[in-house]
Design a protein around this ligand. Sequence first.
Ligand SMILES: O=C(O)CCC(=O)C(=O)O
Length: 270
Amino acid sequence: MNDNEKYLFDLNGYIIIRDVLDQNEIDEANKAIDHYSNEIKERKGEFSLSGGSGELLGDTGRGDLEGALSWPKPHRDPFRKMLAHSKITPYLSELLNPGFRLDHNMGIITMRKGAEGHILHGSSGPDFDPHQYYIFKNGKMHNGLTVVAWQLSDIRDGDGGLAVVPGSHKGNIAPPRSLTRYEEYKDVVKQITCNAGDVIIFTEALTHGTLPWKADHQRRTALFRYSPGNIAYAKNYDWPDSMMEGLSPEERAVMEPPYHIRLNRPIIDS
Ligand SMILES: O=C(O)CCC(=O)C(=O)O
């Protein structure tokens, strides 16, 4: 992570890394999603994410697809490659410190035209959340739970999808409810545009959410969440054999449970 990228992450709470995947890798990942498309669960009723906001409403819910790391070969391969990808691990070592670990099982977000948005949320101010935080101390960034979002389809201005309040990861005051519902202060909410193959890294301290999907093509994003090696947000880190079988040493390293780096924690050499 170079100095300009550090500046941008500290300033905004997120960074976009361009062209991490080539066209072949994007195609492989999309082919695997196509193969499992009948398992996509659209969030409706009590699972809706729009929180009753008229601005975030849609005709259907976000489509979630789980379990990609456990799929049989070759379908799992494109997602296994994302787990400890050599173009991304240097960023995670910088932002979360060496020894970072996968927190939560990864998931694939799909949105078809008309899918609702997700109320904006984030953990900065007024309270300190010891699992999801952004701290700058002794000349260095320290992050709690951090999202790595792999884009598998293009997102243009006005399409919808991930939206953030840049800089809010350093906020001390809770955002107005009308902002989190996308009813007011829309000028401070930025919809992120990017291309398939790009990766967005953002801290969960950042106020972020999802705008309803308006494009004809389906949104597809593979979402991985990481924590520093010493902490866990999610309860479960006893990963099933189906997820562990066949992993490389680097991939295994990010599947370690939370414990101190001093206790022979395997570290990815970035
Ligand atoms: O649509 C997105 O990328 C944001 C998803 C999100 O914030 C969440 O699932 O908690």
